[in-house]
Design a protein around this ligand. Structure first.
Ligand SMILES: [Zn+2]
Ligand SMILES: [Zn+2]
Length: 303
């Protein structure tokens, strides 16, 4: 089975988005961000080994626009089917409706996390709609299902319905593990409860697969050493957060996040504070901290 990578340079802070083409199976994974530049990159890349006519199945690892942006357009142009895990499918297939709900949810979460109201308003205002159809047919799947000979693995954490896909020899991991960037959990999908613990279970599951990994950004990744690095990074961050709570508590997630990352605006306010919340849920579940307030959320260190 051949795997052909198309790189979308400059599309994301996480590094060039990777589209993978499996010409023998008529499969394209994560077509890339929306827009004419990315569409030309995709069309040129497909021309190398798999024309539009040969594309039968478009698989998307998660709803983020830099992965899913071109999926409806490609599926329509190629007369192909579009596949996601059931928990992310609606965010692409019912884009307008789900985007409205997401903005309501994000606003509620940010307020609960103690983010100041002017910054909350800016986050929501700056969240611009992407050029996706209001509604588009998608096929939704659960863990273990096969699509064109690829098995879907539900790998939640970065998003609720994040999925990896694998054959006998290749594992397409999306944003679950990236070569240089530590994937955000907590802010990148505000639906995920206990995002850090959920994500760490995903990492341990992926570690079991001793086959070639293909990341959603960049060309390759050493899965097991990156998983170790991400876990170390998270353990260090948890200790830092405990120190901040100990020094300044009771504190809100926003206060902890500004202590860690400095002043934040826009998407960074959501990602940074969400990451802190992911850690706080975990620290609460292991008995290191306790909630002392709910609106906004406030935590103290337990002795
Ligand atoms: Zn992502
Ligand atoms: Zn990404």
């Amino acid at each position: 089975m051949s795997v052909h990578r198309i790189a979308h340079d400059g599309a994301s802070l996480e590094g060039a988005n990777s589209t993978y083409v499996l010409p023998d199976r008529g499969v394209v994974i994560d077509p890339g961000p929306p827009g004419e530049t990315a569409w030309r990159t995709l069309r040129d890349g497909l021309g190398d080994g798999c024309g539009l006519d040969a594309v039968d199945h478009v698989l998307v690892t998660h709803w983020h626009i830099d992965h899913a942006g071109l999926a409806p357009r490609l599926a329509e142009a190629a007369d192909a089917s579009l596949h996601l895990h059931e928990s992310d499918a609606a965010l692409v297939g019912e884009y307008d409706r789900e985007r409205k709900q997401r903005l309501v949810r994000d606003k509620q979460r940010l307020e609960r996390w103690g983010v100041p109201s002017d910054i909350v308003a800016a986050v929501i205002d700056n969240d611009r709609p992407s050029p996706l159809p209001a509604s588009f047919p998608t096929e939704s799947h659960t863990d273990g299902e096969e699509i064109a000979g690829l098995r879907l693995l539900h790998t939640p954490g970065h998003t609720l319905g994040h999925a990896a896909f694998h054959t006998e020899r290749a594992l397409f991991v999306g944003d679950a593990v990236l070569p240089t960037y530590t994937p955000n959990v907590g802010g990148s999908d505000t639906r995920v409860e206990n995002a850090l613990a959920t994500y760490e279970r995903t990492l341990e599951r992926l570690r079991e697969y001793d086959i070639t990994p293909y990341p959603g950004h960049g060309a390759d990744v050493d899965l097991s050493s990156r998983i170790d690095e991400i876990r170390d990074h998270n353990a260090t961050r948890a200790e830092t957060i405990k120190t901040v709570v100990d020094d300044a508590g009771p504190v809100t997630p926003w206060e902890i996040a500004t202590d860690l990352f400095g002043e934040m605006n826009g998407i960074h306010a959501k990602m940074g504070t969400g990451e802190v919340v992911a850690h706080l849920s975990h620290l609460e579940s292991v008995g290191d901290i306790e909630r002392v307030g709910t609106t906004p959320l406030r935590v103290s260190l337990l002795p």
